[in-house]
Design a protein around this ligand. Structure first.
Ligand code: GLA
Length: 740
């Protein structure tokens, strides 16, 4: 990894073995972009890559010129990365190179989460100062490159060096110009209970985007966008990724211009956003992570997985094996008491489950979702001994105890609302919109964050609590904070997110041993901003195994297995009414952070024995299933969408687990082979099936020993006999590979 600056051509080169990122200070001082992609030699005549600069740039009719910090009003008519209104009302900007410095490591961003290093040698940072003198604006761009990851992280800071206020209307975290537009845009879109469905379409002239204006990143779109060539597969071809380390309103956009070049940008959504930048003040935009792969979308995902798992997540739980939980939500909903919960915990303990999580309904008068958010005092009619007695009861079973909270919210029917209705988001001249019978607290107000820190600390300090599921169950409406001036109301949505981050930061520091799981009605805030504090997230409220195939496949485009919380629930499934085999439910939930979301006391003996086997299986392979290299093999979004396959491989390639899922059974299926990936071609692997296959005469079938080369080139012969088709719908089979 190196960052070099060639003074003669004023060219910057960030380089490692996988990627190069090249920029150049153009003749007029504008920062031009030259190349982001495969690694090129350290020095070369890269200046030519800025194209027609010298022909037409003086009068600024320079549309095809690739730029690093494009601004409006000076002849670049593509989407800008920065819009700053100046005292005279102008938004034209023309920032020019001022200076730069290179240093080891990478700096944190004040108030915002970001990827980090553990030693200065892991990454290098280039900081470039651009100045727009008429606007009295300093722009500092930070580019970091890691020694061995195909990613560039980028962030932007703006400083007012004048004497009058400026207003920031747009501050994109990254803008990337690419020389052609023959790309498919890939994004993760969906809805509640249908998160992270992979969508793709070929770029067209004009702009195409995904965004959120909900106050959270949202289930509708994830703050991630990729480009791939039409022929790019999971394992070959070019792809770019843009991911934003941010949990609020975002915009990710691709614009194809008149010359068929493409500009990508990602950052805080400019819609509804503005930021008052007083004299001397600084504004920090969140970090964007740009990735490049010439080995398919799989390598792009792998780059994000490694970075987010190992250098975004933090704290003791980053590397620790995550416990198998049982959560009482789908088992009881609001209807429980201590005896019932301890029965569930005891029964789950017998099956090998390691942690009991108490979900919604333990506080205030909360027997349904119409009341009590904000009143975080235990409901003594359900839990007479308080959280402490329940938690101790669970600990006595030699299980850990976890609890659900939704700190950012308040019910209209609550003591908190009666006492502090002014802490609730709302516009004084309008009525507030309720959603799930609740309002949102004004996290932009420091006293609200302080209050929540006290309350949540009180709960966590009151009992042996090892885990917190932090929920957020509605979007923001009527964004407004009485604490802000009229002209600052455009800051509200961002300040809300900063408030959430500050609360997370304080709580995770005060309770370093607690494992946090984020949740927003499932995957409504499953983003890399949250992963910096909560290393795992509840992926979806939809626990149906077949629905989860799509949701987990899509989520895995960016986020590592160690972040994907996945539970086995009861059938008929509560979201879709589908009845799937218990083994299939586990075979899907295994690929992530595993647990249960059902009442184990109602299970038949056969089901209990199956679950004991599942728990033992997961414990045996936990490291592989939480931290292995994840490879997607057969997409539930392609072909006839009837099959899904994926696998996880140990770093040393000595073990792997591949999974194949069939949605609907088809009569008389033809032969079907599944080619595996990522194995050691020279190793021989013992291949055993889970659930164990039976020989016709009974007893488990003997495992086969097959070469890694054969498994990757010829593949596994999948069960596709007419008899296997007769086994019904929603089948799953795992292939456990151990090098011999
Ligand atoms: C959200 C979560 C669920 C559950 C409920 C409780 O919907 O996603 O898992 O915690 O809230 O109200």
């Amino acid at each position: 990894m190196t960052i070099t600056f060639d003074a003669a051509s004023r060219t910057f080169h960030l380089r490692n073995e996988k990627i190069s990122y090249l920029m150049r200070v153009l003749e007029n001082g504008t920062l031009g972009h030259l190349h982001f992609g495969g690694s090129v030699a350290e020095s070369g005549s890269y200046g030519r890559l800025s194209g027609r600069e010298y022909l037409g740039f003086d009068n600024r009719l320079g549309d095809p010129i690739p730029l690093e910090c494009p601004t409006p009003g000076i002849g670049d008519y593509r989407v800008p990365s920065l819009i700053v209104e100046q005292p005279n009302g102008s938004t034209a900007l023309d920032p020019r190179y001022g200076s730069h410095r290179v240093f080891g490591g990478k700096p944190a961003i004040p108030g915002l989460p970001s990827t980090y290093v553990q030693s200065l040698a892991e990454a290098e940072t280039l900081e470039i100062l651009l100045v727009d003198t008429p606007a009295s604006l300093e722009i500092r761009l930070f580019f970091a490159i890691y020694a061995d990851r195909p990613v560039i992280t980028r962030s932007v800071r703006l400083r007012n060096i004048g004497t009058e206020p400026l207003t920031v209307h747009t501050a994109m975290s990254a803008s990337l110009d690419l020389p052609d537009s023959d790309w498919e845009m890939v994004h993760l879109s969906g809805a509640w209970a249908r998160e992270a469905h992979v969508r793709s379409h070929h770029l067209v002239a004009g702009s195409q985007s995904i965004a959120s204006v909900r106050g959270a990143s949202g289930a509708q779109h994830n703050p991630f966008l990729a480009l791939k060539r039409a022929h790019t597969t999971e394992e070959s071809g070019e792809a770019y990724g843009l991911s934003l380390v941010y949990s609020g309103n975002f915009l990710a956009e691709a614009e194809v211009d008149q010359f068929e070049t493409t500009r990508l940008r990602i950052g805080i959504n400019p819609e509804g956003f503005s930021w008052e930048l007083g004299p001397g003040a600084e504004f920090c935009a969140p970090e964007a992570v740009l990735a490049y792969s010439d080995a398919g979308v799989g390598a792009l995902s792998d780059a994000y997985h490694g970075l987010y798992r190992d250098r975004l997540a933090r704290g003791v739980w980053r590397d620790a094996p995550r416990p198998i939980v049982i959560n009482n939500w789908e088992a009881t909903y609001f209807d429980f008491d201590e005896a019932k919960l301890l029965e569930i915990a005891t029964s789950a303990k017998d099956l090998g489950v390691e942690m009991f999580v108490l979900d919604d309904g333990w506080f205030g008068q909360r027997n349904d979702d119409t009341t009590s958010l904000g009143d975080w005092e235990v409901n003594r009619s359900k839990l007479p001994g308080g959280i402490e007695s329940l938690a101790r009861g669970v600990e006595e079973l030699d299980m850990r105890f976890g609890i659900w909270i939704e700190p950012e919210m308040v019910s209209r029917r609550s003591k908190l609302f009666a006492e502090h209705s002014d802490w609730t988001i709302g516009i004084p001249t309008r009525s507030r919109t309720e959603s799930r019978n609740q309002y949102v607290l004004d996290m932009a107000r420091p006293e609200v964050v302080d209050h929540l820190f006290e309350v949540v600390s009180g709960i966590l300090g009151s009992a042996p609590i090892s885990y917190v599921k932090w929920d957020m169950n509605r979007s923001i409406t009527e964004p407004f904070s009485p604490g802000l001036k009229a002209w600052q109301q455009g800051e509200f949505m961002h300040r809300y997110v900063l408030g959430v981050y500050s609360l997370y930061d304080r709580l995770t520091k005060a309770f370093p041993g607690v494992l946090f799981e984020s949740c927003a009605s499932g995957g409504g805030r499953f983003d890399s901003g949250m992963l910096a504090f909560a290393p795992q997230a509840w992926t979806s409220d939809d626990t149906d195994a077949i629905e989860r195939l799509r949701i987990q496949w899509g989520t895995s485009m960016v986020y590592p297995l160690s972040s994907i919380s996945a539970h086995v629930s009861a059938v008929p499934n509560h979201q879709v009414g589908r009845v799937t085999p218990l083994a299939t439910r586990a075979a899907v939930a295994f690929f992530g952070v595993f647990g249960y979301e059902l009442d184990p006391t109602t299970l038949a003996a056969r089901e209990r024995s199956e679950i004991s086997d599942q728990v033992a299986f997961y414990k045996k392979w936990r490291d592989l299933l939480q931290r292995g290299k994840f490879l997607r093999l057969r997409s539930p979004f392609e072909g006839d969408r009837n099959e899904t396959a994926w696998m996880t491989v140990a770093r040393d390639r000595r073990s792997a687990i591949a999974a194949h899922y069939v949605t609907l059974s088809r009569p008389n299926p033809g032969p079907n082979r599944l080619r595996l990936r990522g194995l050691d071609p020279d190793a021989s692997y013992r291949v055993s099936l889970w659930p164990a296959a039976r020989k016709p005469e009974g007893g488990p079938a003997r495992p086969m020993v097959l070469g890694g080369d054969e498994l990757m080139t010829a593949g596994i012969v999948l069960e596709s006999s007419p008899e296997s088709a007769g086994q019904g719908d929603f089948r799953a089979r795992l292939y456990v590979l151990e090098a011999v």
